[in-house]
Design a binder for this molecule. Structure first.
Ligand code: SF4
Length: 379
């Protein structure tokens, strides 16, 4: 068990901002060429060395971007981190760089996890969001290859108004490709995400209840920037009446959901059939800055990639000390928030999205405006 006051379970490193794609919602506002200040190979190695300070078992190290495969030294860095004893994952863009040869090479070097973005359940939506015709088919082919090479593979999807109705189609694809992990991201207005339309807070509830139903299909759902999914899981688990059987009408009434919930679940059943098991939701206790830390292309340390609140820089400072001692990170871990998140009975397990609080209110400790819950705790 990780003590999140001592070390994170996940360290995300934005290896570069350069990327061949220009996705509408890109957090990194990725560009074609590397930005000045990107960590050099030597600095990257020093950074990886510094992570040993967290002690064993080490956090999982995820190489993100931009597109990490653009870095010429990426395979050397993967090899170096794996040899040091880190479990390493990568979030590559689907481009020509994600070739059979490069996939084989990642496998030979001992890389374990690969996450691939899919932003629409239908080809035309994904292609429109990615800005490349045929990109959906490229993505499906890449996913097949990764499965063939036995990586632990996950699909990442950012929920927006543009694709929300297609979520059941993503589940259908997960089932077809036998991919068991679906990481569902909710929108934060940073980077190019500021121009993308988000769903409403009431629709967040619909989608999160829908995701709970998805766990009845042997799929592990992870949410990013909607930690109040955990509140919903707790409610649903306590609600014995609906725990085993899926009763769409009951859930809809009981939790005052909008028609979106029913539509999504009905489409899901039409596409993939009746559920195969009772719900099997897994919830973690991490949040931005608690169990998770992000290092940007130039070494800046943030609570997460969506919360560009700088707490240090790995070129000058020790990430272990920053993670353990930074005042704001400690407040985040203690649940010392403002507004509803500050007196909510779910603030330990949930605590709201720190990234959204920061983006919407300018206060990293503020309340999460996407959550509709009115806490009953003492103010
Ligand atoms: S009010 Fe804040 S802590 Fe409570 S459930 Fe909503 S987001 Fe989570």
């Amino acid at each position: 068990m990780f003590d999140f006051n001592i070390k994170p379970i996940l360290v995300f490193w934005e290896t570069t901002r350069a990327c061949p794609l220009e996705c509408k919602h890109c957090r990194a506002e990725a560009i074609r060429d590397p930005l000045p200040g990107e960590l050099t190979t030597k600095e990257a190695i020093q950074f990886i060395d510094s992570l040993e300070g967290f002690g064993k078992p080490y956090p999982v190290l995820i190489f993100t971007g931009g597109d990490p495969l653009i870095r010429r030294d990426i395979f050397d860095l993967i090899e170096y981190a794996v040899k040091k004893g880190f479990r390493v994952g990568i979030a590559p863009a689907v481009s020509d760089l994600l070739s059979v040869d490069n996939i084989r090479r990642m496998k030979e070097l001992g890389l374990k996890y690969v996450s691939i973005s899919l932003d629409g359940g239908k080809a035309e939506t994904h292609d429109r969001i990615r800005g490349i015709e045929g990109h959906y088919n490229m993505t499906v082919n890449a996913l097949r290859l990764l499965r063939k090479h036995r990586f632990i593979t996950q699909i990442n999807t950012v929920v927006t108004r543009e694709n929300v109705h297609e979520l059941p189609y993503v589940v259908e694809l997960l089932k077809t490709l036998d991919i068991r992990i679906w990481e569902v991201f909710f929108l934060i207005r940073v980077g190019r995400g500021t121009d993308v339309n988000d769903i409403s807070p009431r629709e967040y509830e619909d989608v999160l209840h829908f995701l709970y139903e998805v766990t009845r299909y042997g799929i592990e759902v992870r949410t990013v920037e909607a930690p109040f999914y955990r509140r919903i899981v707790l409610w649903r688990k306590e609600d014995i009446a609906d725990y085993t059987d899926l009763d769409i009408e009951y859930v809809s009434r009981r939790y005052s959901l909008t028609p979106l919930y029913k539509e999504l679940v009905k489409n899901l059943i039409e596409l993939v059939g009746e559920p195969v098991s009772s719900p099997e939701p897994k919830i973690s206790r991490t949040r931005d800055g608690k169990g998770v830390v992000f290092v940007s292309y130039n070494g800046d340390i943030y609570p997460s990639g969506f919360a560009p609140y700088k707490v240090g820089n790995v070129k000058q400072e020790d990430i272990v000390r920053i993670y353990q001692e930074n005042k704001v990170l400690r407040m985040i871990r203690k649940g010392e928030f403002k507004g509803r998140c500050g007196y909510c009975e779910y603030r330990d397990i949930c605590g709201g999205s720190r990234a959204r609080a920061y983006a919407e209110t300018g206060d990293i400790l503020g309340e999460d405006p996407a959550c509709i819950y009115i806490p009953t705790g003492n103010r």
